[in-house]
Design a protein around this ligand. Structure first.
Ligand code: HEM
Length: 334
């Protein structure tokens, strides 16, 4: 289902060489910037625009969850960690040419003027099956409150962003809106996952202090996420797909981003071994086999059956992101 021969053009073909993202504070500025950029591109011989994707990010993804706020703090960046962010991670984990968490810089591509201060970018385009997600919640929970709790168990957070670790019984949107509280937790009081299931998306993707059954240094597995959603959200009471394309363009940055996303995908998304969950997979982003289930720990634990593939891949690419000085060097053509 996720195989490259099913991807959207031009992903997976040898034709993609450059990707550009354009951000602006207002829609007018953004449209003007994109138009000017595309006009300029049209005048460059040998370069053709293969694909274009509009976004209108408001901080929530198409499933209705607040998204993108839990990020590593980079040492030396000037950003102070907020409560729960953990200690700053060495700059060399994110920018090439600086000491990494192991004490030495990661290899910088040659020549140095091109590679230094650059980083790697992983891009994945997901198609989100929100109607199937809504239906699965309806099939497995009878009231709205139960459905919202099950939805929170899958991610480890309520749709407001408030973590189950801090507010396990019901949503507290004020926590989701407060940057000082939204990440202010660890899993030390919840080794069995009674609040935040061991298999939930955020606990898999950043286990924090969870005791893992497979030895891993979690500090070299951090990624900076800059993904954003496309298409309109589908409300939770809509159980049939309306045919509108919607999903997420996932972007991860880091000096080990390629290795890390491959690692996350194969070890922490596609398997449950590291948490003692056997074959169980990430409930949000994995391809699920027929008869797959999601475990909500408890006494007794509940195995919620028939979990579906809620996000499937439409494309993916690996990029090198040069520094501003490297772009100037390239533009000078020396
Ligand atoms: C369509 C696909 C995806 C959806 C809908 C999704 C959804 C979410 C949501 C709702 C959160 C909580 C908000 C936050 O902590 O910022 C989150 C966090 C996160 N996701 Fe995803 N995600 C997707 C794909 C991925 C992929 C492909 C990866 C990596 C391979 C990933 C890695 C992470 C990480 C590292 C966090 C932060 C965890 C933390 O620090 O506690 N996600 N995701």
């Amino acid at each position: 289902m996720n195989a490259p021969d099913r991807w959207e053009f031009p992903f997976g073909t040898p034709r993609v060489h450059v990707a550009v993202t354009v951000y602006a504070a207002s829609e007018d500025d953004w449209r003007a910037e994109v138009a000017a950029y595309e006009k300029e591109l049209g005048e460059v011989p040998g370069v053709r625009l293969l694909s274009h994707q509009d976004f209108a990010a408001d901080g929530f993804n198409v499933f209705g969850y607040r998204d993108g706020f839990s990020q590593p703090v980079v040492e030396g960046s000037g950003a102070e960690p907020l409560p729960g962010d953990g200690r700053p991670i060495k700059a060399g984990e994110f920018v090439l040419g600086y000491p990494s968490e192991t004490g030495v810089p990661l290899p910088v591509p040659a020549p140095d003027v091109l590679g230094r201060n650059g980083t790697y970018v992983v891009f994945r385009k997901y198609h989100s099956h929100v109607a199937a997600f809504n239906k699965w919640l309806h099939d497995n929970a009878s009231t709205e409150a139960e459905r919202e709790l099950l939805a929170a168990k899958l991610v480890g957070r309520w749709r407001s962003g408030a973590p189950l670790a801090l507010t396990p019984e019901r949503d507290t949107p004020a926590i989701g809106e407060d940057p000082n509280r939204i990440n202010d937790f660890d899993y030390s009081a919840d080794p069995r996952g009674l609040r935040t299931p061991l298999g939930s998306h955020i606990r898999r993707m950043n286990p924090r202090d969870t005791k893992l059954t497979v030895l891993t240094d979690v500090n070299i597995r951090r990624i900076i996420r800059r993904g954003t959603s496309y298409g309109t959200p589908l409300p939770p009471d809509r159980l049939k797909d309306d045919g509108t394309p919607r999903g997420l363009d996932f972007i991860a940055l880091g000096a080990r981003a390629i290795d890390n996303v491959e690692f996350l995908q194969s070890e922490w998304v596609g398997s449950g071994n590291f948490m003692g969950l056997g074959k169980e997979k990430d409930p949000m982003i994995s391809l699920q086999d027929k008869g797959a289930y999601f475990t909500v720990p408890g006494t007794p634990p509940r195995r919620v059956q028939n979990i579906q593939s809620f996000n499937t891949l439409l494309g993916g690419e690996y990029f090198f992101m040069p520094s501003l000085s490297a772009i100037r060097w390239l533009a000078a053509g020396t």
